[in-house]
Write a protein that binds this ligand. Structure first.
Ligand code: DGY
Length: 311
């Protein structure tokens, strides 16, 4: 906000703590030259057509699945996002979920709160160890690479990944191997989703995918909830098709408090806090503000999702 004020930008703030309805979004943006959007506001074609006057739409996120990028590009509206600065914090969250899930940490905490910490039974409360096991990354980009580094250096994990192209740095530094989607499912002990939500990735982790995974495997999603089918995930966990799951994102969000995943010992769920640290959110805010100021000046955004608008 200070960066914007220092640049002479007049700010009108939406202070109600929920996403705007499409009508509200149209109305709110009608008198603005730029829009800074946090959360899941739907920036669809219909909104974009009514917002052709906007010089820039700046997202307070790296993900842009809530935006119709093709429509924005056709309308020559630059869309900004915040890549890079959140890779470490988000990888930390995925790493936290791997460890917490493998040792049933959230559930164990609840047993104490419920007064169930009783006799020491050597064969009770057993988790599984991840040292030396195989991490499979679905979508090894900046976040996936940071997660893979943590798993490789801290736990000696073997790294495999499924991407469209090769990730040369991961192959060199971490001896990572690019594999087919089927191989990723079949060989991963921990399978982490670190890709964006697209038509191609939506619901790709479904019953068929879980059926191909190891019975001892852990599914991690700190990317977007809609990449997994939650009914199929619950079924896979209940039937022992996979061993556990750690989620920072759910499908839908917010998750209802009676969701059965919340009472499963081998499941850890967080409310989409992947990048939520003081340092990272401040860095994201600054990039989002810089995108606004550049857009208002008619300059190229420092981080544009659709640089084609400048062609
Ligand atoms: C992102 O930056 O995409 C995070 O998921 C927050 O929405």
């Amino acid at each position: 906000m200070q960066y914007l004020r220092d640049a002479g930008v007049e700010i009108s703030e939406w202070t109600i703590k929920r996403d705007l309805t499409s009508g509200e979004l149209v109305e709110f943006s009608s008198r603005a030259d730029a829009l800074l959007s946090a959360g899941g506001n739907r920036i669809d074609e219909s909104f974009l057509r009514s917002a052709k006057h906007l010089k820039v739409i700046s997202l307070h996120s790296v993900g842009y699945d809530n935006v119709d990028i093709a429509a924005a590009t056709a309308l020559k509206i630059p869309i900004g996002n915040t890549p890079g600065v959140l890779s470490n914090a988000t990888a930390d969250t995925a790493f936290l979920l791997i460890l917490a899930t493998s040792r049933k940490a959230f559930y164990m905490h609840k047993t104490i709160q419920n007064g169930d910490w009783g006799f020491f039974e050597p064969t009770a409360n057993l988790g599984i160890e991840i040292r030396g096991k195989t991490l499979g990354v679905f979508g090894l980009g900046k976040i996936g690479f940071e997660l893979a580094r943590r798993c490789y250096y801290a736990f000696g994990m073997k790294v495999i990944y499924h991407n469209r192209g090769h990730h040369a740095e991961a192959e060199k530094e971490l001896k990572a191997t690019r594999v087919s989607f089927d191989e990723l499912l079949e060989k991963s002990d921990v399978l982490s989703v670190n890709t964006g939500l697209t038509a191609e990735t939506k619901g790709i982790f479904n019953h068929l995918a879980f059926m191909r995974m190891k019975k001892t495997s852990i599914f991690i999603n700190a990317a977007r909830g809609a990449i997994h089918n939650e009914t199929d995930l619950i079924d896979a966990l209940e039937k022992g098709i996979i061993w556990g799951a750690g989620l920072d994102v759910t499908n839908p969000e917010p998750m209802q408090q009676n969701n059965s995943l919340l009472s499963m010992p081998n499941v850890c769920v967080l409310p989409h806090i992947g990048s939520a640290t003081e340092e990272t959110r401040a860095a994201m805010s600054l990039i989002a503000a810089k995108n606004i100021v550049a857009g208002l000046k008619g300059e190229r955004l420092p981080f544009a999702v659709n640089p084609e608008v400048y062609d």
